[in-house]
Design a protein around this ligand. Structure first.
Ligand SMILES: Cc1ncc(COP(=O)(O)O)c(C=O)c1O
Length: 434
């Protein structure tokens, strides 16, 4: 008799212990005290030592404990894919362990977290899931990533709502929290149902005052029957700023875990308030709750209100990657999230200050105010475009990036595996580029 997910759960058709069950992964990180030393932290990454890696926010290199966790699950999957997936998914419920680990790290309720493969999938699930209709609009900004705008465009093309982009400041030399909040407030119209913003702009390194934007929207909502929701692309804040993102006051929040969190490539999550999930419609069938499967078996639609688990895309996944997420969170906790925030800010602030001193730098887009920046520094050189700047740095074995926006800037991003010496070497390299 084939072993269905339900019969496996209900009848326990295999004798317990006949084959090894999926073990919770015990992180084999260096002892926590070792990770207080930044050079030991750096040694956890198999990065090519011939380069200064200033673009690791783009896609992570897996640190040692994450590689070990992936390898442990990969071996189990290769030895016995059927039993490993049946047990991991439907008996041990490892996805629940993953959402619990994310919840513990961020202060969010695990029940309000859906697992995704990246920020892009999460934004699409949110915008396609919200019950918008013709005549309503989504207000977003000129500063968000391509995938954010595309998620909105694709969703509104289906549901008939409209969308608008606005700038958050008039000039790069005059960016302020007050100005950003005012720019959004004056553009909210009676038919605006969603404001979609990005916590840290990968275009410029600007960090938005999300809490203040949320407070302003709460104020606007006082006089409205139809609440305006705040949707945040949080990918460049998670793993850099204070992890308790629910304190920012957003209604829905999407982030990849494969950038600053160093979780396996192809992992991410969406969080939303339970009352927001309850209004949403899933896009992709989920394997994360029997509620949906049971309703399907019984031949009717689900009878309860939607919740986060309904939104975790089902179908088989790179399970060894999804299940190894807690190892990355353990790694962050062993280093200490406050130390991580402090380190990333210190290195990028130092770079920001150094870049401003260079006579051949034309403009620095990232504000110097530590309340308005995070883990990157974006700028233009005199006489070189962004790609030429990045190419010249690469000749000197420094890996920078250009920002993938209509007008690209040169971008440097220092993470916890980088050093003050790399900041100084980068400043020297830029200075030498006539
Ligand atoms: C602001 C922002 N949002 C979303 C993304 C897409 O991230 P992901 O690969 O997790 O979908 C990026 C890419 O780096 C980004 O910079």
């Amino acid at each position: 008799m084939p072993l269905s997910r339900r019969s496996f759960l209900v009848t326990g058709s295999l004798a317990a212990g006949a084959l090894a069950t999926v073990k919770p992964f015990a992180a084999k990180a260096a002892a926590p005290e070792d990770l207080q030393d930044w050079s030991v932290v750096r040694q956890q990454f198999d990065l090519d030592p011939n380069y200064a890696h200033l673009g690791l926010f783009y896609l992570t290199s897996h640190p040692r404990p994450v590689r070990a966790a992936i390898e442990s699950y990969r071996k189990q999957l290769d030895a016995n894919p059927f039993l490993t997936v049946e047990r991991g998914m439907f008996e041990d419920n490892i996805p629940l362990r993953v959402t619990t680990a994310i919840g513990k790290y961020t202060g969010a309720n695990a029940q309000d977290i859906a697992l995704t493969q990246n920020t892009t999938t999460g934004l699409s699930l949110i915008y396609h899931g919200l019950p918008l209709k013709s005549g309503e609009e989504i207000l977003t900004t000129n500063h968000d990533h391509y995938v954010h705008h595309e998620a909105i465009r694709l969703a509104t093309e289906r549901n008939g709502a409209s969308w608008r982009k606005i700038p958050l400041w008039e000039s790069w030399s005059n960016i302020s929290a007050d100005g950003i909040v005012d720019h959004i407030r004056r553009e909210i119209r009676p038919n605006t149902r969603v404001v979609g913003v990005t916590w840290v702009h990968s275009q410029s390194g600007v960090r938005l005052p999300i809490r203040r934007i949320a407070d302003m929207i709460a104020d606007v909502n006082r006089d409205r029957a139809n609440r305006v929701l705040l949707v945040v692309d949080g990918v460049h804040g998670v793993g850099v700023e204070d992890p308790r993102f629910t304190a920012l006051g957003a209604d829905a929040f999407s982030a990849g875990l494969h950038k600053w969190i160093f979780a396996p490539r192809g992992t991410g999550f969406v969080w939303a308030k339970p009352e927001v999930w309850a209004t949403m419609r899933p896009l992709i069938p989920s394997f994360s709750t029997f509620e949906l499967f049971n309703a399907w078996e019984e031949g009717h639609p689900p009878t309860t209100t939607p919740k986060a688990a309904w939104f975790t895309p089902g179908g088989f996944q790179s399970f060894e990657h999804q299940w190894a997420v807690p190892a990355a969170i353990d790694f962050h906790n062993a280093i200490g999230s406050e130390r991580i925030t402090q380190r990333i800010h210190a290195l990028n602030q130092q770079m920001n200050v150094e870049v401003r001193k260079l006579p051949n730098v034309k403009i620095v887009y990232t504000p110097l105010d530590p309340q308005l920046n995070a883990g990157m520094v974006c700028f233009d050189m005199n006489g070189l475009n962004a790609q030429q700047t990045v190419n010249k740095l690469l000749e000197k074995k420094i890996i920078a990036s250009t920002t993938p926006y209509a007008v690209p800037f040169a971008r440097l991003a220092f993470g916890i595996m980088n050093t003050q010496q790399e900041v100084e070497a980068t400043a020297r390299a830029l200075r030498s580029m006539a």
